[in-house]
Design a binder for this molecule. Structure first.
Ligand code: CP
Ligand code: NVA
Length: 301
């Protein structure tokens, strides 16, 4: 593994290696065992979109590993004034040990990896959010002690989360049921990938059908960053695509609920379901830290 650009690039063995190291690093942090694997290393963090979890977990994670994080707002970088990503990649490769980038187009992240000579980590694009999915898989494994053979259900927009979760869960031996309104399906290359998994993958229109006997139920906002202008239209398109009591009654009685956050209560998830599953959701948020530390160690040590 040279970069973390999207789940499609990772093998089942690589995902397992990341999850195992994440568990170990979590144990070491909780038990005060030093794990300064990245002493003297620097991580540049480029943000073209807002962030709470990604920024704070990468910054803290890098510090805990003995390295130095640098927050680089695109407003301040020359990239925000049009300096090509090809040049930015080659310049930053001369200073830094790695780059985490949150941006719009997946191509920008792929270009950074192509033109630079240091590891690139995708901290969310319109297409993918692999860091979140690694934390999600880690959380499901913590609660269920396995991934293989579980049923995963996603309700809502076929967005960056749905794309990455579909690929990650299928690669880890889970079956995946999506409930998405027509016109809001995952990306074509994800659907093509999923086709090879036969009846382990389905897209349905009814959320209750998708949730039947699910071990983990997931949802995300109806309008992602960059889609604020479509928010009203999306509220109409997604009406009913909500994780609520009816959905949870269809899932297994011990099903967990996950949400990448930020959440919009009473839109994609009811307040009641959110609060009933808050422990799982905030464990998931915490696991961003551990999963990303594992990725940084594997890429930058
Ligand atoms: N889930 C997630 O990536 O959160 P932030 O947008 O706060 O980083
Ligand atoms: N789909 C959301 C995820 C946020 C973590 C977005 O892209 O805004």
């Amino acid at each position: 593994m040279k970069h973390l650009l999207k789940m499609l690039d990772l093998s089942t063995e690589e995902i397992t290696e990341i999850l195992n190291l994440a568990d170990q690093l979590k144990y070491e942090l909780k038990n005060g065992i030093p794990h300064k694997h990245l002493e003297g290393k620097t991580l540049g963090m480029i943000f073209q979109k807002s962030s709470t979890r990604t920024r704070v977990s990468f910054e803290t994670g890098m510090y805990q590993l003995g390295g130095q994080p640098l927050f680089l707002s695109s407003k301040d970088l020359q990239i925000g004034r049009g300096e090509p990503v090809q040049d930015t990649a080659r310049v930053l490769s001369r200073y830094l040990s790695g780059i985490m980038i949150r941006t719009f187009e997946q191509k920008e992240v792929e270009d950074l990896a192509e033109y630079g000579s240091i590891p690139i980590i995708n901290g969310l694009t319109d297409f993918a959010h692999p860091c979140q999915v690694l934390a999600d898989l880690m959380t499901i494994r913590e609660y269920k002690n396995k991934l293989d053979g579980l049923k995963f259900c996603f309700i809502g927009d076929g967005n960056n989360m749905a794309n990455s979760l579909t690929v990650g869960c299928l690669k880890m031996g889970m079956s995946v049921s999506l409930a998405c309104p027509e016109g809001y399906y995952p990306a074509a290359e994800v659907l093509e990938f999923a086709k090879a998994y036969g009846d382990r993958f389905e897209i349905v229109s009814d959320p209750v059908t998708a949730a039947k006997n699910a071990d983990a139920v997931y949802t995300d906002v109806w309008a992602s960053m960059g889609q604020e202008g479509e928010a009203e239209k999306r509220k109409i398109a997604f009406r009913g695509y909500q994780v609520n009591d009816a959905v949870m009654n269809a899932a297994k009685p011990d099903a967990i609920v996950l949400h990448c956050l930020p959440a919009h209560r009473e839109e994609e998830i009811t307040e009641k379901v959110f609060e009933a599953h808050a422990n799982e959701i905030f464990d998931e948020a915490e696991n961003r830290l551990h999963a990303q530390k594992a990725v940084m160690v594997l890429l930058m040590k």
